[in-house]
Design a protein around this ligand. Structure first.
Ligand code: GRF
Length: 197
């Protein structure tokens, strides 16, 4: 059975685009919803241009009431009958309650080689540490931030003179390869990690 995929974004949505564009032909999944917590996020127009239904659930309308915000997310997911949730630059931390309700069905992409550099500023931290290799990770989302089982990783060399901006741009290109590769495998029921290149 074809899996139905919801993609959560907060910004430009380049990973969302890569995921949507990958789900064609004999791919075991199809995009059914792109949801943003930020009204006017650039990715919403990009999803609409691809014919994918969109929704906005503005967290600010809930005044810090995370369970109420997440109940609104749940309503959108139920309406879309989503089987898999891909977080793609979604800048809200989900509560353990939400994660438990969707256990084993939420993926996230993070711009570091986890367990290195969970959280923010990953590229600056990799450069400051003198790392020769950076990269990105797709992992299953669990209640602990950026620490669920790894479903895929891709390595990216750090070049002399790299800034966090140049490194982020190079890692992002690799994210666009890794996330679709992991989703394809995951949607077909195989959780074996994907390692690129
Ligand atoms: C990506 O670097 C992703 O790893 C991080 O946020 C960024 C989102 O970029 N979590 P985009 O919105 O997919 O272009």
């Amino acid at each position: 059975m074809t899996k139905r995929v919801a993609i959560f974004i907060s910004g430009g949505g380049s990973n969302m685009e890569a995921l949507v564009d990958s789900m064609t032909g004999d791919h075991p999944a199809r995009p059914v919803l792109v949801l943003s917590n930020v009204p006017g996020a650039g990715g919403l127009a990009r999803a609409e241009a691809r014919g994918v239904p969109t929704a906005v659930v503005d967290h600010r309308a809930f005044g810090g009431d995370r369970p109420a915000f997440e109940a609104a997310l749940d309503a959108e997911l139920a309406a879309a009958r989503a089987d898999i949730i891909c977080l793609a630059g979604f800048m809200r931390i989900l509560t353990p309650g939400f994660v438990a309700r969707h256990a084993g069905r939420i993926l996230n992409i993070h711009p570091s080689l986890l367990p290195k550099y969970p959280g923010l500023e990953t590229h600056a931290r990799a450069i400051a540490s003198g790392d020769a290799v950076a990269g990105c990770t797709v992992h299953e989302v669990t209640a602990d931030l950026d620490s669920g089982p790894v479903l895929g990783q891709a390595r990216v060399p750090v070049r002399p003179g790299d800034t966090s901006r140049t490194l982020a741009a190079r890692v992002l290109e690799t994210e666009h390869q890794l996330y679709p590769a992991v989703l394809h495998r995951f949607a077909s029921g195989d959780r074996t990690p994907v390692f690129l290149p």
